[in-house]
Design a protein around this ligand. Structure first.
Ligand code: ABT
Ligand code: MG
Length: 148
């Protein structure tokens, strides 16, 4: 079973989309194993988005992601990393399909509502960056084999 890191960005929190987003992941059948509202420090933002350090948009990206509270989550399920990215939609909301979170709610690429890990390695790295081990809860649900 995979775990992935998902985060409602400051614009999503400001627009009251936290509940809507949790709802979509729950309905899909994933299990919530960790969640918290937090403000990201500059240091954490620069580490999290380290791969974009040389890009022209890096400064703006760090300013945006630290500009207000984010809602960080860990979701678990089969193929959670890929499936979460599919629920989220393409990076640029103008290219994201309707029915995806960015397709339904996103407006511009620099403020695209939500983050999801892009690989298993990123998921492990990001979960460890944002959560302590004792903030992740492992529990069983009494449901059918189709729900994780
Ligand atoms: P994240 O989930 O935020 O990592 O987005 P995603 O993986 O879909 O896309 P990447 B390429 O990782 O974008 C990271 C953030 O940088 C913003 N961005 C990206 C721009 O502002 N301009 C650009 O030209 C590109 C390519 C979008 C992402 N964050 N926000 N907000
Ligand atoms: Mg990314």
């Amino acid at each position: 079973m995979e775990k992935t890191f998902v985060m409602v960005k400051p614009d999503g929190v400001q627009r009251n989309l936290v509940g809507e987003i949790i709802n979509r992941f729950e309905r899909k059948g994933f299990q919530l194993v960790g969640a918290k509202l937090m403000v990201i420090s500059n240091e954490l933002a620069e580490t999290h988005y380290g791969e974009h350090k040389e890009k022209a948009f890096f400064g703006e990206l760090v300013d945006f992601i630290t500009s207000g509270p984010v809602f960080a989550m860990v979701w678990e399920g089969e193929d959670a990393v890929t499936t979460a990215r599919n629920l989220i939609g393409k990076t640029n909301p103008s290219e994201a399909n309707p029915g995806t979170i960015r397709g339904d709610f996103g407006v511009i690429v620099g403020k695209n509502i939500i983050h999801g890990s892009d690989s298993l390695e990123s998921a492990e790295r990001e979960i460890n960056l944002f959560f302590k081990q004792n903030e992740l809860i492992s529990y069983e649900k009494q449901v059918s084999a189709w729900i994780y």
